[in-house]
Design a protein around this ligand. Structure first.
Ligand SMILES: *[C@@H]1O[C@H](CO)[C@@H](O)[C@H](O)[C@H]1NC(C)=O
Ligand SMILES: *[C@@H]1O[C@H](CO)[C@@H](O)[C@H](O)[C@H]1NC(C)=O
Ligand SMILES: *[C@@H]1O[C@H](CO)[C@@H](O)[C@H](O)[C@H]1NC(C)=O
Length: 591
């Protein structure tokens, strides 16, 4: 996998130019994101598999000739797929300005003559790669709509293999900078100030090396790119499937181009009004309707409750003769406290390291996204409680070649570039920020950290985008929009989906009764059938649906022939689910 990786080319817009005056450092201050990698140091980001996919990026002159820039030139890649590059204006407001490259990948329809058009996907992030999603999960996604459409993944500008955001002179300096950021614990004197200053360096470096592209990374610019891809594919209406942050991209498109809305699904919905709050969205524990983490703690409690319900045969943290319920949640807290005081040195793992309380918090947060790892996590936590950290360490670390890729992966900057430029943050005030971070951390021991990272990453961002869509969010679209939410989603609460549905006059809401981030976290035949009918028959449910449940049982009975970790890792890579891929992408951004 990683052997196909090669240095990313195509950094056409990287310049040594000083910050432009429009985008100067005196602009409004910004808030927001950092990859989860930074949060427990640099060791994190679990759940395996490779990151970027290069391959067709070769500058072999193919396509550099005089082809019609409004069309995509596809060429076969990765087996059943087709890859291409698509040119869009750097600045959509200029008529004949500079063009940038957008990387696209296509999983073809079963029968091209009967194809119903194209469906564009976005996995979220912000900063997630649609090319990666389709390359790794395209076939499985396409099964849901019977392969009646072409499925198209694209890397938004500033992401993956599209025109990159390069904030450092070279890959090594970038990596070395990231490695210098240790764990952030606001209770350690000076740690907050240091982390914030570190983010200031990142922002200044972005302003210096990526000045040319920074003003053009907003969600609105990406919505325009999607519209050009739609046009290039010959579709009159845009069909779209967006997850998580992809729901913001979707809602932006719907409201910018309501008359061009075809079959569009947003799943794991972010409240558009709240997104518009920027700073307050990530970090405001007081305002309930802005509280994106509002169900995070409940999902952790759900993990404990469901473990007790499954019993000791199926959940390693449950005991045969249970004390007064609930007891697993208390036990979890005691495990974290103990590991805070006495970290476990782990030699016998994929990468040697230390398992501590923060490792558990990180893994628990990841597990709130993805209930299908709950059984495995319970086993790992049980072993760690008995002072064997091998399983937990193996869940948390990436394979070394993914952790230290040989190419420059600007994941953090991709996330910041989009999120920080969508909305201006209020004037930067370190003492207020620190206070807010402490509050959020207290309220959300699991996940609160991420909110802090996001906020600090944007605190010094050099400015907002030239074009931003800031509402209204209530336009009547040409076709009915399908909105999907889970009742217990840790980062995109069902309340946000309800708000989006109440705003969009031509929309219908499906509330899936289950845990995890986005409906695909727990496969539901019921929800999949609604999606299938929506795409294939173009029929949306007449009314709100709230009786879809997940198929799989949580904490399934153990299989007899459990494989060793390494062989099961290999197998997992071969049989990865859509939710595995989405989860990998979110682990490198946010949601
Ligand atoms: C720790 O757990 C791993 C994985 O289950 C196992 O292979 C290993 O032998 C254990 N180590 C010790 C010292 O028991
Ligand atoms: C929008 O919907 C109307 C009515 O369904 C239809 O006649 C029209 O062609 C649609 N617009 C586009 C651009 O397809
Ligand atoms: C959900 O409710 C609708 C309407 O009451 C019903 O037709 C449908 O069969 C139900 N679906 C499930 C999965 O229970």
């Amino acid at each position: 996998m990683s052997s196909e990786s090669q240095p990313l080319l195509g950094n056409e817009v990287q310049t040594e130019a000083p910050p432009t005056s429009r985008f100067a450092l005196t602009g409004p201050k910004r808030k927001f994101i950092l990859s989860a990698a930074a949060l427990t140091g640099v060791l994190l980001i679990a759940l395996g598999a490779s990151v970027l996919i290069v391959g067709w990026l070769k500058k072999d002159g193919n396509g550099s000739g005089k082809h019609d820039p409004s069309r995509i030139e596809w060429s076969a890649c990765h087996g059943k797929y087709f890859c291409g590059k698509f040119q869009v204006p750097l600045d959509h407001t200029l008529k004949d300005g500079e063009k940038i490259d957008i990387a696209v990948i296509k999983f073809p329809a079963k029968d091209s003559k009967k194809s119903l058009g194209s469906i564009l996907v976005n996995p979220g992030g912000p900063g997630g790669s649609g090319v990666e999603l389709v390359k790794r999960a395209g076939e499985k996604l396409a099964e849901i709509f019977d392969r009646r459409y072409e499925l198209i993944g694209f890397d938004p500008r500033g992401v993956g293999e599209s025109v990159p955001i390069r904030c450092f002179p070279d890959a090594l300096k970038h990596r070395a900078f990231d490695a210098g950021l240790g764990a952030i614990d606001v209770s350690i004197p000076g740690a907050f100030e240091n982390a914030l200053a570190h983010e200031q360096v990142r922002s200044l470096s972005c302003a210096k090396y990526a000045a040319k592209i920074l003003p053009y990374l907003s969600t609105a610019s990406v919505a325009r790119d999607m519209d050009l891809i739609r046009h290039a594919q010959g579709d009159t209406l845009l069909n779209y499937w967006g997850f998580s942050y992809g729901s913001i991209l979707g809602q932006t498109y719907i409201n910018m181009f309501p008359e061009r809305v075809g079959q569009m699904i947003i799943d794991g919905v972010v409240n558009p009004n709240a997104w518009g709050e920027g700073w307050a969205f990530w970090l405001n524990p007081k305002t309930k309707n802005l509280d994106w983490l509002q169900h995070a703690n409940e999902v952790v409690v759900g993990f404990a409750t469901e473990c007790e319900r499954a019993g000791s045969e199926r959940c390693a943290l449950a005991v045969a003769h249970p004390p007064k319920k609930p007891y697993v949640h208390k036990h979890l807290e005691s495990i974290m406290e103990k590991l805070d005081k006495e970290p476990i040195p782990v030699l016998d793992a994929l990468v040697p390291g230390v398992v501590n309380g923060q490792t558990v918090r990180y893994m628990l947060f990841r597990a709130t996204y993805k209930p299908d790892i709950w059984g495995k996590l319970a086993e790992a936590l049980h072993a760690a409680d008995k002072r064997n950290g091998t399983l937990l360490q193996n869940m948390v670390v990436q394979p070394p070649e993914d952790q230290c890729p040989l190419y420059d992966e600007p994941a953090v900057e991709s996330t910041l570039g989009i999120a920080c430029s969508d909305f201006p943050a209020p004037a930067y005030d370190p003492s207020k920020l620190k206070e807010e971070i402490a509050l959020v951390n207290k309220k959300y021991p699991i996940g609160g950290f991420d909110a802090a990272e996001l906020t600090m990453g944007c605190a010094f961002w050099p400015g907002v985008a030239k074009e931003r869509y800031v509402g209204p969010w209530n336009k009547r679209s040409n076709s009915t929009v399908l909105i999907i939410g889970n009742t217990f989603d840790p980062v995109t609460p069902i309340e946000s989906a309800r708000i989006a549905a109440s705003l969009l006059p031509n929309s219908v809401l499906v509330e899936q009764d289950g845990y995890g981030h986005c409906s695909l976290a727990q496969t539901s035949t019921c929800t999949n059938e609604i999606i299938r009918r929506y795409f294939v028959d173009k029929t949306a449910p007449k009314h709100k649906i709230n009786n879809c449940t997940a198929d799989a049982v949580l904490f399934p009975p153990k299989k007899k022939d459990e494989k060793g970790f390494m062989s099961s890792l290999k197998e997992a890579e071969e049989s990865e689910t859509i939710s595995d891929v989405l989860s990998d992408i979110w682990s490198r951004s946010m949601f």
